[in-house]
Design a protein around this ligand. Structure first.
Ligand SMILES: Nc1nc2c(c(=O)[nH]1)N[C@H]1C(S)=C(S)[C@@H](COP(=O)(O)OP(=O)(O)OC[C@H]3O[C@@H](n4cnc5c(N)ncnc54)[C@H](O)[C@@H]3O)O[C@H]1N2
Ligand code: MOO
Length: 394
């Protein structure tokens, strides 16, 4: 059986989705989204040469003084005139440095007696000390944030100081979740005998909650072709419909036939990955249909590697794929076979250590992990000290 490689499956899933429409929203609402266009500075920062300290603005060459204190420059104001020779201006952090001054003497190193000011300490080391020059952060027209960059808290602050009160972003992506399986009961409901609380939908909703996504949980759908087909048609007003379970080869694994019955096109089914082999992707009109495996760890890992990148791409992210880093392996790993393996692991100061529990149904193991070790197909055995690639899942 030929299985699609992970990278190819990622590329095909990203190709199924289109970026959603652009809207302009206030800065705070833009946090966590992706810039839909380059954000250029509407002003220069600082707009003028500003003091970085509380003290006195004066001429470096005239130190150690004495100086006559000519007036005061406060943030948002200014001295109102240039300094004459022999003069100093009282100045505060963030206030404009008056013309004629080229340095700020911090007040801890100044002695003042009425209007008379003298040096009382080492003084500033060079002209320009304790002055933030106009434009040292950015100048009007500079691209502050590139299109497709995540609007992190620092970038929201940057956009504000750059003169923006709102930003163009893509709208929130709508994701519908469908859980399949007659053994499932809703979380918190009595689960007697062989019934099982459904954990996938709350877990995926929590995972998606880190992105600007509106999640609709369509609940648990019985394992019948009719019920599943109807659920797909009902959910297809979302941008992405995600199912868990019913993706494999059993007689009750009806996601594929129900997708076909709902009129969806299947793009691929089954990938060279462990856990997560039965992943299924397709589309119904403009809606991307993603069938994740039912095993909770498989659902989590495939959501991390395929669903989140798809959401990020539809949100306009320039780099939608998960970030991988390299780390030192803390314990041995067996060789891999035809599937890439994503090994649950914990990270620490000495590297990354695989957990002994690697069952794709075992959530207690997954919940201890803060990283997945990504191993390619047909990799040899690995030993402690080897360098490996990891995906952060903390
Ligand atoms: N003969 C074969 N059997 C299986 C194969 C195969 O290739 N040949 N693949 C295995 C692999 S790998 C996986 S992964 C699973 C995935 O199968 P399905 O996607 O069809 O999932 P289900 O059979 O419906 O469920 C699997 C497992 O997960 C539990 N589950 C399902 N939904 C939830 C939920 N919402 N919350 C918590 N747990 C859930 C379900 O009870 C099952 O225990 O197939 C293998 N079989
Ligand atoms: O792909 Mo399945 O997740 O290996 O158990």
């Amino acid at each position: 059986m030929s299985l699609l490689p992970v990278a190819e499956a990622q590329a095909r899933i990203l190709a199924l989705g289109r970026p959603v429409s652009v809207e302009t929203v206030p800065l705070v609402a833009a946090a966590g989204r992706y810039a839909a266009e380059d954000v250029a500075a509407l002003r220069t920062q600082p707009a003028a040469d500003l003091s970085a300290m509380d003290g006195y603005a004066l001429r470096f060459a005239e130190l150690p003084g004495p100086f006559t204190v000519a007036g005061e420059s406060a943030a948002g104001g200014g001295l109102g005139r240039a300094l004459a020779p022999g003069e100093a201006a009282r100045i505060f952090t963030g206030a404009p440095v008056p013309a004629g001054a080229d340095v700020v003497l911090v007040q801890e190193e100044a002695a003042r007696d009425g209007d008379r000011l003298t040096l009382n300490g080492e003084g500033p080391p060079r002209p320009g000390a304790h002055i933030r020059m106009a434009g040292n952060d950015f100048a009007t027209g500079h691209v502050l944030i590139g299109a497709g960059a995540r609007l992190t808290p620092a970038r929201i602050g940057l956009a504000a100081v750059g003169g923006h009160g709102s930003l163009a972003v893509r709208r929130r992506v709508r994701v519908a979740l469908i859980s399949t399986g007659d053994e499932l009961v809703p979380p918190g409901a009595p689960a007697t005998g062989v019934l099982l609380p459904s954990s996938n939908a709350p877990m995926l909703a929590a995972l998606l909650g880190a992105l600007p996504v509106d999640v609709t949980d369509h609940g648990i759908v019985p394992d019948t072709l009719e019920a599943l087909t109807a659920a797909f048609i009902r959910a297809a007003d979302a941008d992405i419909v995600v199912t868990t379970g019913g993706a494999s080869v059993g007689d009750r694994d009806l996601v594929r036939p129900a997708l076909a019955a709902a009129g969806a096109t299947i793009d691929f089914w089954r990938i060279a990955m462990k856990p997560g082999k039965p992943l299924l992707a397709g589309s119904l009109g403009d809606t991307v249909m993603l069938g994740l495996p039912g095993n909770p760890v498989s659902a989590f890992v495939t959501a991390t590697l395929f669903l989140l990148p798809l959401v990020r791409a539809m949100l306009g992210a320039a780099l939608p794929l998960p970030v991988t880093t390299r780390a030192t392996l803390g314990g041995p790993l067996p060789p891999t076979g035809q599937r890439a393996e994503y090994v649950r692991a914990t990270t620490g100061p000495d590297g990354v250590t695989p957990l002994s529990q690697q069952d794709s149904a075992a959530l207690a193991g997954l919940a201890m992990a803060d990283a997945l070790i990504a191993r390619p197909p047909w990799a040899g055995a690995a030993a402690a000290g080897d360098r490996v690639e990891i995906v952060d899942i903390a």
